[in-house]
Ligand binder design. Structure first.
Ligand code: 3PG
Length: 213
C-alpha cells in the first residue's frame, strides 16, 4: 500500500510532540489501540528521532512519519530513524530535493495557490494545507481545487482541525486525511494518561468511519 493510501485509510493523523523518548511507545500503543495507525512525530523536540526508532521497533503495526522537517539534517535523521514519510509546515525546495535523494515520500506545506503550484512543479502530488483553519479552511481548499483539481493534487489539512470540523474537510474527495494535535492533548501526555488518549483516538477513528460511511 502506498503512503497516500495508508494516510487515506487512517483519515486522521495525530501530530505528536514528544518531550521524552520513553513516552513514544505507550503513546503509539494508545493511538494504534484506538484505531489510528498512522502517526506524525514532529521534529520540534530532541526526542523525535529516538521516538520514531522506538515506535518502529516496539509498535511495528504503526506507520510512523516525521513532521516539522525544516532542515536537511532533520530529514536525514528522520529517514535513518525509520520514518515512512516526511511532512513540513512550509514549502522549501531544498528540503524537497533532500527528500527525493533520501527516497522519503514527502508532503510540503502550502497555504496559497503560488505555493501549491510550486509544490506540483517540484513533483509533490500531496500537500499539507497549513495552517488549515487560519488559511481559509475547507472553503479555501475548494477554491484551490477549482484551478488545480485536474492535476490530481491531494491535501492533508492541518492546523485548527478538530473533531468539530473534521467532517467539513473529509467531505472533500481530494482531502486524503487531516492532521491534528487534538487526539494527543499536552496535559494527558505529560500526565501519562494513555487511556484518555486512546479514548480520543477511538472517537476520532469512529468519526472518520461515520463521515466516510
Ligand atoms: C501542526 O504542526 O501540523 C499543527 O501545529 C497542528 O495544529 P493543531 O495543533 O491545531 O492540530
Amino acid at each position: 500500500m502506498s503512503v497516500v493510501d495508508m494516510l487515506g485509510k487512517a483519515g486522521v493523523v495525530p501530530v505528536i510532540v514528544i518531550e521524552k523518548e520513553e513516552q513514544a511507545v505507550p503513546l503509539a500503543r494508545a493511538l494504534v489501540g484506538g484505531g489510528l495507525g498512522v502517526l506524525e512525530v514532529t521534529f520540534r523536540t530532541k526526542a523525535a528521532a529516538g521516538a520514531i526508532a522506538a515506535i518502529r521497533r516496539e509498535v511495528p503495526e504503526a506507520v510512523v512519519g516525521a513532521g516539522t522537517l525544516l532542515t536537511a539534517e532533520q530529514l536525514r535523521a528522520a529517514k535513518k530513524a525509520g520514518a515512512a514519510f516526511g511532512v513540513a509546515p512550509g514549502f522549501d525546495p531544498a528540503i524537497i530535493e533532500e527528500a527525493k535523494g533520501e527516497m522519503l515520500p514527502f508532503c510540503p506545506g502550502v497555504a496559497t495557490a503560488s505555493e501549491l503550484s510550486q509544490a506540483l512543479t517540484a513533483g509533490c502530488p500531496m500537500v499539507k494545507f497549513f495552517p488549515a483553519e487560519a488559511a481559509g479552511g475547507p472553503k479555501m481548499i475548494k477554491n484551490l481545487l477549482g484551478a488545480f483539481r485536474f492535476t490530481g493534487v491531494k491535501f492533508m489539512p492541518t492546523g485548527g482541525v478538530t473533531a468539530g470540523n473534521l467532517a467539513d474537510y473529509l467531505a472533500i474527495p481530494e482531502v486524503v486525511c487531516c492532521g491534528g494535535t487534538w487526539v494527543v492533548p499536552k496535559d494527558a501526555l505529560a500526565a501519562g494518561d494513555y487511556a484518555a488518549i486512546e479514548k480520543l483516538a477511538r472517537e476520532a477513528a469512529q468519526l472518520v468511519r461515520s463521515i466516510r460511511g
